[in-house]
Design a protein around this ligand. Structure first.
Ligand code: UDP
Ligand code: MG
Length: 315
């Protein structure tokens, strides 16, 4: 018998928790009909500070299926990344899956994923998923595809476009992920950083089963900034490059002014251009300071060694 831990982060997901459980149970039934060996699901719901009755739903499922369903409830909303971290730390299965509760990560794919990880001819340690078409508005789609392009140019850790957090991992892989105890977490980057042979499955995106997506455009922007700052130092180098380029320009300008004063006499003309240059340079300095500040704030948070989440209830 093999156990598959299923980590499910939930934030205000009252209408979907039970639906998720029932749908996934059907998949396990089908899986066990196909296979000689038995696969046992070990659900690990993480309540990320929901304000609706999500926790009650989890308690109920746990009472009905105490062996199969466990949950962790945070003291407040810490974000999906923290929920994933809590899940990975507490998952005990031979395989570990990470899935959204809204059924946008189709549980049926689990069967295919297990086949891939168990194929003796291959050495895959993780199967990831790429969503082919996302049901989102064109502005979001454009912003998201630009993000992946920028990210892949800036960072040495490759991240596939439209890759989901949905994945099935072997114990070996999960143990490797757990060796990264960083406070500022960008899971997609961490998953890519640890390496190992990864297989990607593509599937058609589906709309949410119920409820609404809890990510605002601003949160997505913050998520992208987190990704770039966590996995790339290119912005810092960019600041140095811009600074160097402007220094070079100003030296050329200085030589020009000195030569002109020596041979042609000085001039008081040009204050307007002077003011614009000063303004421009101040802008550049502030921009670069801002970039440095982003990194310093991450170092600051990292050195505090605060826990990534506080657990209020666990079963
Ligand atoms: N989620 C979470 N904490 C948050 C926001 C979201 O645990 O602060 C969970 C949410 O319940 C869902 C998953 O993360 O299971 C993905 O969220 P959502 O469906 O809102 O994102 P999308 O699918 O639109 O990317
Ligand atoms: Mg979703």
């Amino acid at each position: 018998m093999k156990t598959i831990s299923i980590i499910v982060p939930c934030f205000n997901e009252e209408p979907t928790v039970e639906l998720f459980y029932n749908t996934t149970e059907k998949v396990f039934k089908k899986l066990n009909e196909q296979k000689d060996e038995e696969y046992k699901p070990d659900y690990l719901f993480v309540n990320d500070g929901s304000r609706d009755k999500t926790l009650e739903k989890m308690r109920l499922l746990n009472q009905q299926h105490p062996d199969e369903v466990h949950y962790i409830s945070f003291s407040r909303n810490f974000g999906k990344e923290s929920a994933l971290a809590a899940g990975l730390e507490n998952a005990k299965g031979d395989y570990v899956a990470v899935m959204d509760v809204d059924l946008q990560d189709p549980p049926e794919l689990l069967i295919q994923m297990i086949d891939i990880l168990e194929d003796p001819k291959q050495n895959y340690q993780v199967v990831g998923c790429i969503q082919k078409s996302r049901h989102q508005n064109p502005i979001r789609a454009f912003l998201s595809s630009s993000f992946y392009k920028v990210m892949n140019k800036m960072s040495k850790v490759p991240i596939k476009q439209n890759v989901r957090d949905y994945r099935l991992m072997t114990r070996k892989y999960v143990d490797a992920v757990l060796e990264l105890p960083e406070y500022n977490r960008f899971s997609k980057g961490i998953f890519s950083w640890v390496g190992f042979e990864t297989k990607y499955l593509e599937y058609e995106g589906v709309p949410r089963a119920a409820g609404t997506s809890s990510w605002s455009l601003f949160q997505l922007f913050e998520y992208s900034m987190e990704a770039i700052v966590d996995f790339s130092d290119v912005p810092l180098k960019l600041a140095t490059l811009i600074g160097g380029f402007i220094c070079g320009l100003s030296i050329i300008g200085l030589i020009f002014v000195v030569v002109r004063a020596l041979f042609f006499g000085g001039s008081v003309d040009g204050w307007a251009s002077l003011v614009s240059i000063i303004l421009f340079l101040n802008g550049v300095v502030l921009f670069c300071l801002g970039i440095v500040g982003e990194y310093i704030s991450k170092i600051y948070l990292e050195t505090k060694h605060r826990p990534q989440f506080i657990i209020e209830e666990k079963k």
